[in-house]
Design a protein around this ligand. Structure first.
Ligand code: AGP
Length: 609
């Protein structure tokens, strides 16, 4: 997520802003910039890379400004570069602003500005469009202008705005992206979150959706969407900076588990047009392209590989195209069948995993078209792909991947649905149902997150075990692998994931009363068979923790304890069933007292073979 820090007061704005941005570096970013009011003009400096690059640039331009806004960018639209870094300005330079979020209809606004006002744009970003929009709408009253501007905008945004005609004020606007106001003595601040403010003040105003705030050095006035002044009591922060970075969560992993509703919503909404049709960010996959394919490979590592297993089911079931899923480290050494009729899909959070990058290069050398599902904009794998379909999970800090996985699933489902509709292998009614189901997923995950304490209670006892099994059938077996990996990598408990039907072919010999079994029975079509598998392992003494959809109450008689997911179409259950397993793994590791965000021997991005 982007970092925002703004200041207005009597002190040197640059020092305060840069220091505030440094407190936000943990959020992950790829470029940084600042705008300050100097002699009545808006002066912008911005550089790709680390904050240090921006500071080096600023050393060449000493200044004594007392109002400004800084920004660290986590790229969504447009690769990391000086020109794509924030702040962005209008054509005349009379407006400068920073933005955290996604303007879904930025192209529509951009075309209107180009057509009606001859606007010329410097960057590839959605943010620059807003600077131009405010400039052309400006009528001498910046607050009124901002109210009229937001009427034209759709999406998520936290904006910090300066206008050279009103140099003694900052305007902040919030819709769905985080924004807080810091209240000082003769000075005030805006920030994307609290850590940036704590050195200066612990009294903050939490801005609600659709509110616009006018900030001067002596006053802060909050307006709601109907332009009424809102009286709001300040919130006194009791956290220290380290806790604040995790927004009150004990670990980044738990914070990121809770960010999943937002992550999959952000990944979905801007891929649906006003009529609900899937738009793949300009990725061309025509009927002819798809009919030419003789196979699709999904190649990845770790959690991303597990997402690929779900992607296989989805694409084969919805688009009827054969899909092979491979771990990247194996793919390149097995002399795979690849031609110019092959679509190679790389799935990766970091976009830097060397095994995956090497496999991509091998496929490309053999003539395949490469499409990557990536979370980090402008990463190596993104740059070497023919097409990129970004997950918009925001930076994932914890080594154990959670929100990246569910947003990868969202991208793979969208690809499968688009392919199925293009090839007419799914009906219009099925298409409408699937889009409705995906749209309902953020709230369904929120519902599961409300069960956190109940799931945590189930972790008790598991943390003392040496071996734990995960079993499932169909899509549940794919999710079982992911649940097992989560447990292994943060609790260091040996865990085996296996297709439930395979148990009787050998591994059931390992089951006894000291081996808990987590049995995923979320597929209606396979529910009865899973009940039999549960009986099978219970007969060998296992404690069974079952998981099923809300309507399949029979699981409660079969299992010792039950995890529930909301009812949904079988094919989309992985988006839900992984969440209780993430929470369970987290609380088992917490009971063991391990470093959950940084597990031993592991790195967040494996850039070695
Ligand atoms: C998952 O929790 C692990 N951190 C690891 O398996 C990870 O998924 C794998 O290394 C792939 O990383 P990538 O998605 O960045 O390519």
């Amino acid at each position: 997520m982007c970092g925002v820090m703004g200041y207005i007061g009597d002190e040197n704005a640059q020092d305060i802003i840069i220091e505030g941005l440094r407190k936000l570096e943990y959020r992950g970013y790829d470029s940084a910039g600042i705008v300050m009011v100097q002699d009545g003009k808006l002066v912008v400096h911005k550089k790709k890379g680390r904050l240090a690059n921006l500071e080096k640039e600023l050393e060449k331009h000493p200044n004594e400004s007392h109002i400004g806004i800084g920004h660290t960018r986590w790229a969504t639209h447009g690769a990391p570069s000086d020109v794509n870094a924030h702040p962005h300005t209008s054509m005349s330079g009379d407006v400068a602003l920073i933005h955290n979020g996604i303007i879904e209809n930025y192209l529509e606004i951009k075309e209107w500005l180009q057509r009606e006002h001859g606007s010329v744009f410097q960057s590839e970003t959605d943010t620059e469009v807003v600077a131009h929009l405010i400039s052309v709408l400006y009528n001498g009253d910046l607050l009124d202008t901002c109210f009229r501007a937001v009427e034209k905008m759709r999406g998520a945004y936290a904006l910090g705005i300066l206008h050279e005609n009103e140099p003694d004020k900052l305007i902040a606007i919030r819709k769905d992206s985080p924004l807080v106001i810091g209240l000082g003595e003769g000075s005030n601040y805006i920030a994307s979150d609290i850590p940036a403010l704590l050195k200066h003040t612990k009294d903050v105003l939490l801005i609600e959706n659709n509110e616009i705030v006018v900030i001067t050095k002596k006053s802060v006035t909050v307006y709601d969407g109907q332009r009424n002044v809102v009286e709001r009591a300040p919130y006194h922060v009791t956290w220290d900076a380290a806790t604040a970075e995790k927004e009150g969560y004990d670990h980044f992993m738990l914070k990121e588990i809770h960010e999943q509703p937002k992550g999959i919503r952000d990944t979905l909404v801007s891929r649906l047009d006003a009529q609900g049709n899937v738009k793949l960010d300009g990725i061309r996959l025509t009927k002819e392209d798809l009919e030419r394919l003789d196979r699709i490979y999904i190649v990845a590592c770790g959690t991303a590989y597990h997402a690929g297993l779900v992607g296989k089911y989805a694409i084969e079931r919805l688009a009827k195209i054969p899909v092979e899923v491979d771990v990247a480290s194996e793919f390149r050494y097995r002399d795979p069948f690849v031609s110019d009729r092959t679509l190679f899909i790389a799935v990766t959070q970091s976009g830097e995993t060397l095994d995956t990058l090497a496999a991509l290069r091998e496929a490309k050398n053999r003539g395949a078209r490469v499409l990557s599902v990536v979370n980090v904009v402008g990463s190596s794998i993104a740059r070497e792909s023919d097409d990129v379909f970004y997950t918009w999970a925001g930076p994932e800090i914890a080594v154990a991947s959670t929100k990246a996985y569910t947003t990868q699933l969202m991208c793979l489902y969208l690809l499968a649905i688009h392919m199925g509709r293009t090839l007419r292998t799914i009906s219009d009614e099925a298409y409408a149902l699937y889009i409705k189901e995906l749209t309902a997923m953020p709230d369904r995950i929120s519902g599961i997150l409300k069960q956190e304490n109940a799931i945590a209670a189930i972790a008790d006892g598991l943390h003392r075990k040496r071996d734990i099994f995960f079993i499932g059938r169909g899509l549940d077996s794919a999710v079982a692998y992911e649940g097992s990996l989560k447990l292994k990598e943060i609790s260091y408990i040996n865990s085996l994931a296996i297709a439930a039907g395979e148990l009787k072919h050998g591994t059931i010999a390992l089951i006894d009363d000291d081996v808990p079994v987590i049995a995923l029975a979320n597929q209606d079509a396979l529910f009865e068979k899973m009940l039999s598998n549960i009986q099978e392992v219970k007969a060998r003494g296992a404690r069974v923790i079952g998981m099923a959809k809300a309507h399949n109450k029979a699981i409660e008689q079969a299992a010792d304890q039950t995890l529930w997911i909301p009812d949904c179409e079988d094919i989309f259950t992985p988006l839900l069933s992984v969440v209780p397993l993430q929470i369970l793994a987290y609380y088992v590791a917490k009971l063991k007292g391990f470093d959950i965000d940084k597990p031993k021997n592991l790195a967040k991005s494996v850039t070695v073979e």
